[in-house]
Ligand binder design. Structure first.
Ligand code: ZN
Ligand code: ZN
Length: 338
């Protein structure tokens, strides 16, 4: 089979690789229907995260079950399946508590920009649809394996509720999905922070009521202006930089909550400042598996359209161009078709 391999910053190659095999009785192998490049793939691509030896890339996937291990009974060959970027048995105590992305048997997916993928913990990880969905729905379902699930978690962790005011920091795919989630969870006012015209437009179509283009302390001042001087009930931090986290913490009102889902890079939090702010803080890798059945229903019924974050579609062999386009911010998110 063929797949993407990162060799060095800026160096993604499309190579022939060994076909994945069932290594454990709890594995499944799927044939990729569609996959994509994630904003978090750009950290190693930009040299911000060390790469080490050349290795395959990709953690977002939907596909057709090819083969299952002897202990996998929940899905069978031929079915269309969706799974999280973090695999889980869905039975251990952390899974039962709803934190499947902290499963005691968790393995992160890392080889999905390829024709075929081995999925560990298949029984607990993969959710099959009743029938093969129409191809136009595949991008929306693919978004559930990470960005839409992560945006939902950001809104859930920030305790967005009916009538609330939510601020979304970050206009990447996760931030835009966070706007969808805030709307679905009943936020009355959704303030998206974005400087890019096309992303502002999509945010508005997804339910944003206000756009703030300022950043840093100016951005915070603008949020305060829009929220009666106190800040927002809920803030979704969808970037992971120190600046974004500062902006998020300062944009929440006393008693408000920040859900942070951008993988932190050089983020430090001042304990004393947090103490006096009365802001609640919760984040981490999204427990996508918890949300999958509900989000699959919302996509299949066309209630939400997270697949619209894919504004570039490429054949899988042009995966390197997908990284380049996202790195240069020419694309929000690149969809890859085997
Ligand atoms: Zn991702
Ligand atoms: Zn578990």
């Amino acid at each position: 089979m063929r797949g993407a391999v990162i060799h060095a910053p800026g160096d993604i190659r499309f190579e022939t690789l060994d076909d994945p095999k069932i290594l454990h009785p709890t594995d499944a192998v799927i044939r990729t229907a569609v996959t994509c490049v994630c904003g978090s793939d750009l950290w190693p691509y930009r040299g911000v995260e060390p790469i080490g030896d050349p290795h395959p890339m990709g953690h977002e996937y939907v596909g057709f079950v090819e083969e299952v291990g002897s202990e996998v009974t929940s899905v069978k060959p031929g079915q269309f399946v969706i799974g999280s970027f973090a695999t889980s048995d869905n039975t251990c105590v952390n899974c039962r508590n709803g934190f499947q992305s902290n499963c005691l048997h968790r393995e992160f997916m890392s080889t999905c920009q390829a024709d075929y993928v081995r999925v560990p913990n298949a029984q607990g990880t993969l959710v099959a649809t009743d029938e093969v969905p129409a191809e136009e729905l595949w991008p929306g379902l693919l978004a559930l394996s990470d960005v839409m699930g992560t945006g939902w978690w950001a809104a859930d962790a920030a305790e967005v509720g009916p009538g609330s005011t939510a601020v979304v920091v970050g206009d990447g795919a996760v931030g835009l999905c966070g706007v969808i989630a805030a709307k679905e969870l009943g936020a009355e006012r959704i303030i998206a922070m974005s400087r890019h015209a096309s992303r502002q437009e999509l945010a508005r179509e997804f339910g944003a009521t206000d756009i703030v283009t300022e950043r840093g302390e100016e951005g915070v001042a603008r949020i305060k202006e829009l929220t009666g001087g106190i800040g927002a009930d809920s803030v979704l931090e969808c970037v992971g930089t120190a600046e974004a986290m500062r902006q998020a913490l300062h944009s929440a009102r006393p008693g408000g909550n920040v859900g942070f889902v951008g993988v932190p890079h050089d983020v430090a939090i001042d304990g004393e400042e947090l103490f006096y702010s009365h802001v609640g803080l919760r984040g981490g890798p999204a427990p996508v598996r918890r949300y999958l059945p509900d989000l699959i229903r919302r996509v299949l019924s066309h209630r939400i359209e997270p697949g619209r974050v894919f504004d570039l579609t490429l054949p899988l062999e042009q995966v390197a161009e997908g990284y380049k386009a996202m790195d240069e911010r020419r694309a929000i998110k690149a969809l890859l078709k085997p």
